[in-house]
Write a protein that binds this ligand. Structure first.
Ligand code: CUA
Length: 349
């Protein structure tokens, strides 16, 4: 018996090491426990507050339980002694009914108050809000700024220190819009408009994700929220309206031609237009290919060749030869299209 114990004890350092490793998983901009805006702060506070109440309850109950075990355990020589049997104690019954009621009331007051303030999408007096219409698709995100006449996808630009109001809907199934570092989440349902607001205090890129099982590639339905200074945001909207620079090489020009013949049925490259697939106006400025892959020409080429390898179940057909798609392109053609798309940048240094 003792040996067994010693053996288990040896695992303790390993357990500690793993806990330390896992505690390093919370990265800024990814974790709901390191919020970077008022909505996230309120939600994190609510989580910790309810956790504190729960911990107190567990400690008190655990103590009482242990006390009863020790106090009334069978002692040698007292095997036949039965402690005093009590049935129904009014004071105790009232006590353990009233305490949970009080705890729930303490929990309910801030929860209800915060729920209302977090769903308040009105414009604060004397301030401006940025409105974004979000449409979720299997498996990507469309962002439309109705007041700016801009539509984009996957990378969402927002100004810091500004209330951003989201109107959420879906083109197909139920998705859920979540930016752990800023707050959320809220369902995006087909045929319904849901609302949410967020604000980023600090500049940076925040990972967004879909938080509702929506199909094969649900876990890959990422997006990026790029919080930039209000001046940089103004510059970005001006750049977006100007559009991407013209292709700079013969290969990119060839790619543009192929793109116009093959891809424009689904993809717009003008920020004014919505399209069946993601709008690619600033594709060259993006952080990821298809929301998951690294933003390199190689990854883009394998995406065009067979997107299903990267994101199973996507609506984008395969264009590589021998991949089963209706329209096929040669490797050189795919390379040209990739060169053209990587050059679609609106941000010029
Ligand atoms: Cu969209 Cu999960």
């Amino acid at each position: 018996m003792m040996k067994k114990w010693k053996h288990s004890l040896r695992l303790l350092p390993l357990l500690l090491a793993v806990s330390f490793l896992l505690s390093g998983c919370g990265k800024q901009g990814v974790s709901a426990l390191e919020p970077q805006g008022p909505v996230g702060h309120d939600q994190a506070w609510l989580m910790l507050f309810s956790l504190a109440i729960m911990v107190i309850v567990v400690l008190v109950v655990g103590f009482l339980f242990t006390y009863a075990l020790v106090r009334f355990r069978k002692r040698p020589g007292q095997e036949d002694v039965i402690p005093e049997q009590t049935e129904g104690n009014m004071k105790l019954e009232i006590l353990w009914t009233v305490i949970p009621v009080i705890l729930l009331a303490i929990l309910a007051v801030p929860t209800v108050a915060k729920t209302f303030s977090l769903s308040d999408t009105s414009t604060p007096k004397g301030q401006k809000v940025v409105t974004v219409n979000v449409t979720a698709h299997q498996y990507w995100w469309e962002f439309e700024y109705p007041d700016l006449g801009i539509t984009t996808a996957q990378d969402l630009y927002i100004p810091t220190g500004t209330k951003v109001v989201f109107n959420l809907t879906s083109k197909d199934v139920v998705h859920s819009f979540w930016v752990p570092g800023l707050g959320g989440k809220q369902d995006a349902n087909p045929g319904i408009n849901n609302h949410l607001w967020l604000k980023a205090d600090t500049e940076g890129t925040y990972k967004g994700r879909c938080a509702e099982l929506c199909g094969q590639s649900h876990a890959l339905m990422y997006f990026n929220v790029k919080a930039v200074s209000p001046q940089a945001f103004k510059q970005w909207t001006a750049d977006m309206k100007k559009g991407a620079a013209a292709p700079v090489s013969a290969e990119a020009e060839q790619g543009q031609q192929i793109f116009q013949q093959t891809c424009t049925r689904c993809h717009a490259t003008d920020v004014k237009n919505k399209s069946f697939g993601p709008n690619l106006a600033n594709f060259g400025d993006r952080d990821n290919i298809g929301g998951v892959g690294q933003h390199t020409k190689q990854v883009l080429m394998s995406w065009i060749t067979n997107p299903d390898n990267v994101k199973p179940g996507t609506n984008m057909p395969a264009f590589g030869q021998g991949q089963g798609g209706k329209t096929t392109l040669t490797n050189d053609q795919i390379k040209a299209v990739a060169t053209y798309l990587m050059g679609l940048k609106v941000q010029h240094q």
